[in-house]
Design a protein around this ligand. Structure first.
Ligand SMILES: [Fe+2]
Length: 290
């Protein structure tokens, strides 16, 4: 595997990549948005516009025309296939088609899991608890209904976080790339029992891109002694204002296409008469070529 810019011994590769990454970063959330007619049948120009943003910052937001009565989940799958995503990460609360509908459940099996409440979800990447073979490298969200108030996502390209940390001290990166940087205790995740996992925060994918596993939820993670100061630094950076950190409330017909960057879900208030409904699809692949 070629580490390229992520090789701590290769400062010239890093410097070149860093400069290009910072120069190409979107200036604001509006730069992420691409108007499209139909996610199930993207034009070449629409696909190109999404890919350009993904290449710059690992994320893009599409804004679709209304399609009343359409099967949104099938459309989302068609979009994923267009982006080369086919290996869906299963979870017990997904529907039969592997896509998870996220809405507020006040009772029943889902009610005890945070994604199905109005509560905020702090900074994380999806599937941070997965074993390496099931790493979540791409995350798609489609909004079919928005909350009465709140429910924004904060977003930060994990490659920008890498730069902020490496610029402070490359030893922080070394600690976070160690294979024992963090232990995620075994737990019950959305209805599936999973074992404890141990792994690095930053790793390099086979295609040379950067992968990140992270949660700021301290009761969900045990940091190694060496990685603990780096974890504190990550938290400080995520909580600080930054021109690279975006915040956006998905409108109905909008969605996020991403290589699973750092994100939150802010607190919201649901109107049961017009509930918030997001469809979530997690893939093991990254969006190829971005
Ligand atoms: Fe998430």
């Amino acid at each position: 595997m070629i580490l390229g810019a992520f090789d701590l011994g290769n400062s010239s590769a890093y410097a070149g990549w860093r400069e290009a990454r910072l120069a190409g970063a979107p200036a604001g959330v509006a730069d992420l948005v691409v108007e499209v007619q139909d996610i199930a049948a993207l034009s070449a120009a629409e696909e190109g516009a999404l890919r350009t943003r993904l290449r710059r910052c690992n994320m893009a937001v599409y804004a679709e025309k209304p399609h009343p009565g359409r099967d949104d989940k099938a459309a989302l799958k068609a979009l994923a296939a267009r982006l080369g995503l086919t290996s869906l990460d299963a979870n017990a609360l997904a529907d039969d088609d592997g896509i998870t509908p996220l809405s507020v459940h006040r009772q029943g099996a889902r009610a005890r899991y945070i994604p199905y409440t109005e509560r905020p979800i702090t900074w994380h990447t999806d599937g941070y608890y997965n074993v390496a073979e099931r790493s979540v490298r791409a995350l798609l969200l489609h909004c079919a209904g928005k909350a009465a108030s709140g429910g924004a996502n904060r977003l930060l390209d994990h490659e920008i976080l890498y730069i902020l940390l490496r610029d402070l001290d490359s030893e922080l990166i070394r600690a976070l790339m160690a294979p024992d940087a963090m232990i995620i205790p075994g737990n019950d995740e959305e209805g599936m029992q999973r074992p404890a996992t141990v792994g690095s925060v930053f790793s390099v994918n086979a295609d040379g891109s950067l992968h990140m596993r992270y949660t700021a939820r301290s009761r969900n993670v045990e940091w190694s002694e060496r990685a603990a100061p780096a974890a504190a630094e990550i938290k400080r950076l995520l909580d600080s204002p930054s021109p690279y950190r975006f915040e956006h409330i998905l409108e109905p017909g909008q969605g996020l296409v991403s290589n699973n960057p750092l994100h939150t879900r802010e607190v919201f208030t649901d109107d049961p008469a017009m509930p918030r409904l997001l469809y979530r699809a997690r893939y093991h692949q990254r969006i190829a070529g971005t």
